[in-house]
Design a protein around this ligand. Sequence first.
Ligand code: FE2
Length: 503
Amino acid sequence: MKKPQWSQPDLAADQFLYQRKGPWPQPSPSYPMEHAPEILNIPPVETLLWNQAIGSRYFKTLTFYPGGAAANAVAGSQLPIPSDAEFVRMMTNSVHARCLKNVEGNIWVSRFYAMDLIADATLQGTYSWPVNCVFSRNGDQFSCVSINVPVIAQQQLEVRPGDPAWNLAKAYALQGASYIGLFVVHPALHFPMDTVNAITKTAVPHTHPLFQLLSAHSSYALAVNNAVLETEDGVLSSNPPGTWFDPLTATGLVIKRMFGAGYAGLPERPDLYPKYNYMTPWMDTSIDYGRCLSLYFEPFLSFCTTVASEILKASPNDTYVERWANYISANLYGFPDGKEIFVPGVLAKALAIYMWDVTVSHAADHYSYANDITPQAPGPAGTNLAAWKFLRLRVPPPKELSDGAGVKLVGDVCEPDDLYRAEMAEEMFFKSATIWPNLFDTTYAFTSPQLLQAQLKFHADLKIISGKVAAIMPNFMPLVAGDPEDPKYSERYSRTISASIQY
Ligand SMILES: [Fe+2]
C-alpha cells in the first residue's frame, strides 16, 4: 500500500497525533469574555510529561528550598529600597521596559493603570495602587523625573527624587511593573499560543511540515498553562495564606482580572490596553529590550519563510493550512483566516510569531525578571534575591509628600513572610528552568533535504544574532550554555532560551 501524502485532503485519523480527538480551545471558565481561550482537556501523555519534568521540580523545591528561601528573605528584608540608579536600571533595561512608552520629546512613561483592577480587593493589610513613572531620556540614558500617585479623581501626587515619599513611591512603581509584567503582558505570551498549539496537534497530520515545525515548540505549554489557570493551590491560589509559596497581594480570581487587560483589552483605555492582536507582537526597537527581541525575530522569519514556501510549492492551496487558519482565527484575535493565510508572506509570519513567542519572547522575560530585578549580588542561598519585586506592600500608598518618610529598607514595607513566599515563588515559577533540548538544540522531524538544510541555517543564524544581542544587552538571556565540561554547565543550560513555554 502506498504511504499517504501529507497534503492529501482526506487523510485518515491515524495520520494525526491524537487521532483527531486531541485538545481544542474553549472559553475560559473564569472570565469567558475577557481571557484568551483555554485548553481544558489536556492529553494524558502531556500531563505525564509535565509531572515528570516540571511538577517534580516544584515538589523538590517545596521539600528542599525552604531553608534557603528563609535565609534569602531575611537578607532581603535588610536590603535598602533600591537607589535611583538601580531603580532606573531595573525599570528601563530589563523586562520592565516593556511598559515604557515615549509620550513626547524625551519624556517616557511607564503607566501601571491596570493595577486599579485589583486595588479594591487586595488581601487584608496589603495594598496596590496604579502609579505612573515618568522618565527623561538623553541618548540611551534614562533618569527618573517623578512617580505620580493618583490621590482622588483627576488629581495626582507628583513625588520627586528626594521627597520624603520617594522611597515608598519607588516600591509602588516596582510593584506595578511586576504585576503588569506578570499578569498583563506575560499572560498574552502564554495563553493565546495554546490555541495554535492545540489546533496544530489535533488538526494537522503529523507528517505535515507545519506540524513538524511547530510541534517541536509545543511540548509542555498546554499542561503548564492548565496548571497555572486551573490549580486551586498553584501560583494563582484561591487561598494565598493557605499555601507556602503564594507571594501575591490578592486571590487568584482577583489577579486574573488583569489577564483580560492583555487580551480583550480595557475598553476605557484602548491607548494603554488595546485588544490583543496575534500578528502585531511587541518588539519596540526604540528600547534595547525590544530591539533584542526584534533582532531575534529575523532568523525565525527567514526559517519559516523557507518552510512555508516548501509547503505551498508542494500544495499551493493546502487544505490543512486552510483549515488550521480557519479554526485558529475563529478563536484568536488577529489570526489570519483560511483566505488571508495564503496572501504572500502571511503563513511564514504567523509561523514565525508562534515560534519566536514561545521561545525567545517568553523565556527572556523569565530570565530578565530573575536576573535583572534584583541586586547585583546573590543572596545567602546562592540565588538572586526577590525582595525588589515588592509583590506585597504593607504600607498604604503616599497621599502627601511627607508620607512614608521612615521607609529606608525593604523590611519597612514588606513582612518577612511576604519575602519568604516571594523567594519560594521565584524558585518555583518565575526563574527560568530550561529543559533539554533548548531552542538551539531543537531539531525537527523534517524528511525533506531542503528543510533539513534550512534547519542548519536557522541554528547558524540564531548564533549570529545572539552575538549581536549580547553587544546591545549583555544581560539578555543567552542562547547557549558554553563549555559542557564546565561544572556549572547544567545550571547555565537551565538559563538558556527554552524551546517552548515550560515555566
Ligand atoms: Fe511564563
